[in-house]
Structure formats: C-alpha cells, structure tokens
Write a new protein. Structure first.
Length: 370
C-alpha cells in the first residue's frame, strides 16, 4: 500500500490560519472538553506524561556531545486526541538559548501527525507557530471559564513572545478589558507590546509600569511568563478580589495564599508525574519551573490535597465547578500538553488540505522486503 504525507512549511501554516487566535481558543476549549471526558492519551505508563526529555550532561569526554546549558534540551511529546480530531502525533523540538546569538529562535519545533490506526505519517509541519499559538490560547480558555465577565484590566509580567500570545488570547476571551499594565525587567520589551497593541488593538490603553506591584494592582487578570533564572515574586496583598492569575511559567507566591486560593490546572496527573520523572536530575522546583511543583511539595507534606486542584477540562466537561463568586482569587497553572499541539496541528493541517497547500512527500509505493 502506498503512503504519502504532507509537508507544511512556516508559510503554509500561516496561510492555513495558524495565527487565528479566536479559533485557536475554540479548538483548545474543545480539546480540554475531550480531555475532561477522557478521550485522549499522552505518553508514559500513566498515559499522562508531558513527554520524554533528553537532558545533556554537565560535561562529556566526547567533544561533539551536547552539554548542559541554559534552556538546552531535546523533547519528544507524543499523544492521541479523540473526538472529531481522531489523530495521533508528536511534537519534537530542540532548545538552546545560544540559538539567539545565531539569529535563531531558542526552540525549533516540528509537529508530526500520524494515522491512529496504522501509525502511518500523515503530515510533517513547522511547529513553532502551532506551539506558540496553542500556548497563548490556553490562558484564553482560562479567561473564558475563570475570569470575571466584567474584567477591565489585565497585567502582563514578562513581555516576551509567549506572553504576547497569552495577552492576545485574554483580550479575545474578555473583550471588556480596556487597560493593559506591563512590566518587564527590560523596559524595551514592555514597549514592544505597547507598539504591538497600538497596531492591533489601538482601543486598548497600554501602560508600562516600573514594578510588578504597580502592574498587578487593580488587575482583573494577571498573566506571568518569564524565562529568567529568578522567577518573579507577587505578594497577594497587591492582588484585588476576583483576580485570575494565569500562570504558564514559574512565579513565587506566598505559601498561605497558594494553599488558600482556588486552584485550577491543565492536567494534574501530568504535574504529579513530573516529580517522579525529574527525580535525580536536579532541584525539583528549578527543573520543572512551574508553580505546580509547590503543589507537589505541599501535598507530600500533607498541607494540601490534590483534591484541592481542579482540571480545567473537568469544568468544560461539566464535571466540576468553575468560578463560584466574583470575589474569589483563582490560580490557573499550565505546563503544556502534547494534545494541544495535536489539536491545533490537526486543525491547521485539515485547512491546508482544503486550500491545496503544502508539498506531498512520497514515502513508498509498498514497503521494501528484505
């Protein structure tokens, strides 16, 4: 039996609508609904692992072997998503902060889609925009489900590419937001988002703040996405009633605030598994770099229970309660799921087929018999 697959480069995925944030939020919400019903698979024995990561050693006697460095890793993230997607796939990427000096993005990603019955490749796709968009769209889902409907002010802590997509999604999900308060260690990065909003959302008032406290005060939604060695710190005394903290990256919060707040997450089994999967590699909080590492620590110490944490998919599937009142402070933690890439990659691939985009690659007419 002959096998062909479709190759989609960056221009192809752009033409196929990869940057359509509103639609991406819709697809992520649909994906979480399927997850809440259990119609998905991820890697590992528990079928919920984030993926398999290759950690380079600190040093090596082999001159060409990759060694440890900032954001240096290789990662394979397999999964299957059911429903109308009915697709298996894999996001594969290499990451190295030194890439920036070479004019390359820190991470270079590809998405492969496979027939879930035969395993045959269906598509091989440029993955950077797929990944960036789905990362931003997930906070959009959180804002739809967990932020107050009358939200008027958003705060952005860390003004890189990821938080730009997160902000775009939050503004789409809560169109009543009128003011965006920005903070970054490098004011030029914050000014970059001011200029971006001036182009795409001139109706928004964008304010560059001199401190995290100034940025988060009076904010209805706070998104934090920084990549430095030292995570930002937020004192809960700075946060207004009813705030949604949207956290795709690490942040330091007071322990009692973390214990007492309503806590939502993208996949709590995945976050629980990280402790086991990272054992022996390094300091857990640093290695994982996500707030859920404190959930693990406090649950192990008996100071909280994982029953205190709710999967966002269970809210969408109608199995759990979302926001209960306008005053409660809510934390939404996310670590990134391979089925997000599969969902958005499948949507982009099918649109590309409809539009006649991409290059057909011929694998074989029939497998070679040795």
């Amino acid at each position: 039996m002959a096998i062909d697959l479709l190759y989609l480069n960056q221009d192809d995925v752009v033409k196929a609508g990869v940057t359509d944030m509103h639609h991406c939020i819709d697809v992520m919400e649909e994906m979480f609904g399927l997850m809440g019903q259990g119609d998905y698979l991820m890697g590992g024995y528990a079928r919920n692992s984030h993926g398999i990561e290759l950690f380079p050693p600190e040093s090596s006697p082999f001159p060409n072997m990759p060694v440890e460095g900032p954001d240096r890793r290789f990662m394979a993230m397999p999964g299957y998503l059911g429903g109308r997607f009915h697709m298996a796939g894999l996001k594969w990427y290499g990451s190295n902060r030194e890439n920036i000096k070479k004019g390359l993005p820190r991470s270079i990603l590809m998405v492969c889609l496979n027939d879930p019955d035969t395993g045959a490749p269906i598509a091989y796709m440029s993955g950077n925009l797929i990944s960036s968009m789905r990362t931003g769209a997930v906070p959009g889902v959180g804002a739809r489900c967990l932020a107050n409907e009358d939200a008027r002010t958003a705060a952005v802590i860390g003004c890189g590419v990821i938080n730009r997509t997160c902000l775009t999604a939050i503004l789409d999900a809560r169109p009543g937001i009128q003011t965006v308060q920005l903070y970054d260690l490098f004011p030029a990065a914050a000014q970059g988002i001011v200029e971006y909003l001036g182009r795409v959302r001139p109706d928004i008032q964008a304010v560059v703040c001199g401190s995290i406290e100034q940025a988060v005060r009076e904010a209805d939604v706070v998104t934090v996405a920084t990549s430095g060695a030292v995570p930002p710190e937020i004192d809960d005394a700075w946060l207004k009633d009813g705030v949604l903290l949207s956290l795709p990256a690490e942040v330091k919060l007071p322990k009692q605030f973390l214990l007492n707040s309503r806590k939502f997450i993208d996949n709590k089994i995945m976050h629980q598994l990280w402790e086991e999967e990272c054992r022996g590699i390094g300091e857990f909080h640093t290695t994982v770099g996500i707030l859920s590492s404190y959930f693990v620590e406090y649950a192990n110490a008996g100071e909280m229970s994982w029953d205190d944490v709710t999967n966002i998919g269970d809210v969408i599937a109608g199995k759990a309660e979302g926001r209960r009142d306008k005053k409660e402070k809510i934390i939404f933690v996310m670590g990134g799921l391979p089925i997000e890439d599969i969902a958005w990659g499948t949507e982009v691939y099918r649109k590309a087929v409809e539009m006649g985009l991409g290059q057909k690659l011929h694998l074989w007419d029939e497998p070679y018999k040795l």
